[in-house]
Write a protein that binds this ligand. Structure first.
Ligand code: PMP
Length: 409
């Protein structure tokens, strides 16, 4: 059994007061806090090993290279990739998806082809496909969401009609950052394979919360951000199947990714170097590996259970507040709960809750088309992680009741 109190003690930032109240950090879908071991890995690297990687023959450069390449191997193990060469370090989910949308789409899409995505995607997994469709002449289609509060998840019956042989790529999120719904990604991958489409999974909201195994999923690409899994900001990953990466042209060119260069042209190294032009984010890759160690030491299945239970409890307790509108499914949800009041703007909710020490998020959560479809401009979002407690949900409910009273609800 995990001791969740000792987990909380691993996160120094949580031990503070905000506006005279104990900090209740419920903005985990935006970014999660960092345990001491991850912070220390960055300090250690800069204090002992800092140097540029690759091509360096001195001791520090070799240490930095070992740290950076060791991080690649560690991340490969974290998602069960077949080979570290399938792990490309990027700035985060957004850059990872853009890389596929540029490089893969340029080589493979033509007019008449279809890119399939869903109505619940974050802008990071939506705008790049709009751009790819415009550039290639392909058509972009969306799997619709069901219910006036999107409580029905995605319409899987519509998938039967949408997933035709014209679909060359199916891009979908694992967990919705607004609805808290969990997509059946195993089924999506299987059905995409059946029509010959490649799959791109946005794992930004799942990587830190649930175990992920790319070989079991048999997905083609998977993208995530370090900062949502206890790692640093500015580092993320694109996983890609080796046979696809080997055939892909680089999106960015420059130092470190070439074999030979002359005044007429250049030849590329294989993956992953081909996709990592310039000095990489060495320290944060090392920090990301420390985050993998930390999460594995806690047991990722136990993390999923903890976060999902808190999400469910929050859903149930918030449902008792009169006039609240909660988005997403009533059951089988993760630790993200997004809600709205008819007469109080989400920004007011967040500002008032801050007075009670709560960190919430209000806005469209980079889901503008989904908000518009649901007749909303914004929601307030509470999102939970390993250090949150049931008592903090009570603080949230009390704060929201106070806000409602203030606004005459
Ligand atoms: N996809 C989803 C589902 C997200 O929640 C986010 C971050 N809010 C992103 C993509 C983008 O991640 P990043 O900003 O780290 O690139």
């Amino acid at each position: 059994m995990l001791n969740w109190d000792s987990v909380r003690a691993d996160f120094p930032v949580l031990n503070q007061q905000v506006n005279g109240e104990p900090l209740v950090y419920l903005d985990n879908a935006a970014t999660v806090q960092k345990p001491r071991i991850v912070i220390q890995s960055l300090v250690d690297y800069y204090e002992r090993d800092n140097s540029n990687v690759h091509r360096g023959l001195h001791a520090l450069s070799m240490r930095a290279t070992n740290g950076y390449e060791g991080a690649r191997t560690r991340v490969a193990k974290f998602i069960n990739a077949a080979d570290p060469a399938e792990i490309i370090f990027t700035r985060g989910t957004t850059e990872s998806i853009n890389l596929v949308a540029h490089s893969w789409s340029k080589a493979h899409l033509k007019p008449g082809d279809v890119i399939l995505t869903t109505e619940i995607e974050h802008h990071s997994n939506l705008v790049p496909w709009q751009q790819a469709a415009k550039a290639s002449g392909a058509t972009l289609k969306y799997v619709p969401v069901l219910g006036e509060n999107a409580e029905g998840g995605l319409d899987l019956d519509a998938l039967d009609e949408l997933l035709t042989p014209e679909v060359k790529l199916f891009a979908f999120t694992h967990i919705s950052n607004t609805l808290g719904s969990i997509n059946p990604i195993n089924e999506f991958c299987r059905r995409a394979r059946a029509v010959g489409a490649i799959t791109v999974i946005d794992a930004a909201q799942s990587i830190g919360h649930v175990p992920l195994d790319v070989r079991e999923l048999d997905c083609d690409f998977l993208a995530f951000s370090g900062h949502k899994m206890c790692g640093p900001t500015g580092i993320g990953v694109l996983y890609g199947k080796q046979e696809l990466l080997d055939k892909l042209a680089p999106d960015e060119t420059g130092g470190g990714m070439v074999v030979t260069v002359d005044y007429e042209g250049a030849t590329w190294k294989p993956s992953p170097e081909r996709f990592e032009a310039g000095t990489p984010n060495i320290a944060d890759a090392i920090g990301l590996a420390a985050a993998c160690d930390y999460l594995d030491s806690l047991d990722r299945a136990a993390i999923a259970k903890h976060d999902h239970e808190l999400g469910q409890l929050a859903y149930e307790k918030l449902s008792t507040i009169p006039g609240i509108r909660i988005l997403g499914p009533a059951k089988d949800r993760c630790g993200v709960v997004s809600f709205a009041f008819a007469d109080v703007h989400a920004h007011d909710v967040v500002t008032f809750a801050d007075e009670d020490g709560l960190a919430l998020r209000g806005g469209h959560h980079c889901n503008q088309p989904l908000m518009r479809k649901l007749g909303l401009t914004s929601t307030t979002r509470a999102s939970f992680y390993i250090y949150n407690t049931a008592e903090e949900i009570d603080v949230l409910v009390a704060s929201l009741s106070r806000i409602q009273k203030f606004f005459g609800g």
